[in-house]
Design a protein around this ligand. Structure first.
Ligand code: FAD
Length: 349
């Protein structure tokens, strides 16, 4: 396995659990990831059911992931590696058009038998002043939610190691197929050999694959986020993680709130986008506007060019790509891992 972000760690853990001997290679295999990596910057919001489609591959992956996260969190907790996980997501409508969209989504999901509630103004009033006053309506999705990505990665790493997962702190310099097996050259010297190689190196995946003739370009989309210290309003009335104008507000223990994330194509952060985020696009409730910023960070998402996210592909015998998860790598980590395990179980390398 190449890459110890949330995708590589989840897949390594799951494959080890399925009975495979897995070696996970990443300069940061023992953690933490370098600053700016996707997984350690993520807010962990799981948008499985509040998705604009209700069929197709992306929908199936989201459904499967939600279910697997439930199971996996329970299993990891039993193994002494709890992953803080909070169910429920409230999407707020900032315009009549958005309200219409949420109403249509609620009807569609209810027709599919899903428990999704549309909250009108009176229900939202009860949550003020915690919510932005401009909210016209809300869609509450009880099965979606949020989990702590750093805790999830630590849990996969520790439980994986307890099950025999080998962590190698090195960088893969090149891949080559010889006599039906994959040879990995490591930057630190030496190499590894295996029947299967899974490339989960995020934005660095294309550089490993291009010499093999597989062009899978990924473009970086930067996200800025912050942790704030907030007053008691949040702890008493806040129903769940909230999404307002595409911005996530994630309640955290000890009166903390995660706020994020901007969507900025490219590698550099724009201070104006930070200001807009901090002010909740000009609609920050008083308590939020006055809250103290404890920590700010940024990270890069990998967006596939010319292909839908994520890239889950068998590129040639024994070579799997799990990358390009763009905005939903935390959500889709379990389904990506399950996809790889199923493929390895049914195909020969
Ligand atoms: C600010 C922000 C907020 C986000 N919020 C959410 C959210 O709320 N919900 C959600 O689902 N998703 C969210 N995402 C998206 C999510 O973080 C990504 O989709 C996910 O982290 C991608 O994980 P990854 O493992 O593919 O990549 P990465 O986390 O980038 O990991 C790739 C790893 O590969 C390693 N690597 C690179 N090259 C090599 C090499 N040659 N050899 C060995 N190792 C190598 C790197 O060191 C790195 O550790 C967010 C992203 C950002 C930036």
């Amino acid at each position: 396995m190449i890459g110890a972000g949330i995708i590589g760690l989840a897949a390594a853990w799951w494959l080890q659990r399925c009975g495979h001997a897995v070696v996970l290679v990443d300069p940061a295999s023992h953690g933490p990831q370098p600053e700016g990596s996707g997984s350690s910057a993520a807010l962990g919001v799981l948008m499985g059911e509040v998705f604009h489609r209700s069929s197709g591959r992306a929908w199936q992956l989201r459904q499967q992931s939600l279910q697997l996260w439930q199971q996996w969190c329970a299993e990891l907790a039993t193994a002494g590696q709890p992953v803080p996980h909070r169910q429920g997501l409230l999407l707020l409508a900032a315009s009549a058009q958005e309200q219409e969209r949420l109403e249509a989504l609620a009807l569609n999901r209810q027709a599919l038998g899903m428990a999704m509630e549309l909250w009108q103004r009176p229900a939202l009033e009860a949550l003020c002043p915690a919510l932005p006053r401009g909210a016209l309506a809300g869609l509450f999705s009880p099965r979606d939610g949020q989990l702590d990505p750093l805790a999830a990665m630590a849990a996969f790493r520790h439980d994986g190691q307890a099950r025999g997962l080998e962590l190698r702190a090195d960088r893969v310099a090149a891949l080559e197929r010889r006599n039906g097996r994959w040879h990995l050259s490591l930057q630190g010297g030496g190499g590894l050999e295996a029947p299967w190689v899974l490339v989960a190196a995020g934005l660095a995946s294309p550089a490993l694959l291009a010499p093999l003739g597989h062009e899978r370009p990924l473009e970086p989309v930067l996200g800025q986020a912050a942790e704030l210290e907030v007053g008691p309003e949040l702890t008493t009335t806040w129903p769940a993680s909230v999404v307002w104008r595409g911005i996530n507000l994630v309640p955290r223990p000890q009166r903390r709130l995660w706020l994020g994330a901007t969507l900025e194509p490219g590698l550099s952060a724009d201070p104006a986008r930070w200001n807009a985020l901090r002010q909740l696009e000009g609609e920050a409730p008083e308590w939020l506007a006055g809250a103290c910023v404890l920590r700010r960070w940024q990270g890069l998402r990998a967006r596939p060019v010319g292909r839908p996210a994520p890239l889950l592909e068998l590129l040639e015998p024994g070579l799997l790509l799990l990358s390009g998860h763009y905005r939903n790598g935390v959500l889709l980590a379990p389904a990506s891992a399950a996809w790889a395990a199923e493929l390895i179980a049914t195909a020969s390398p």
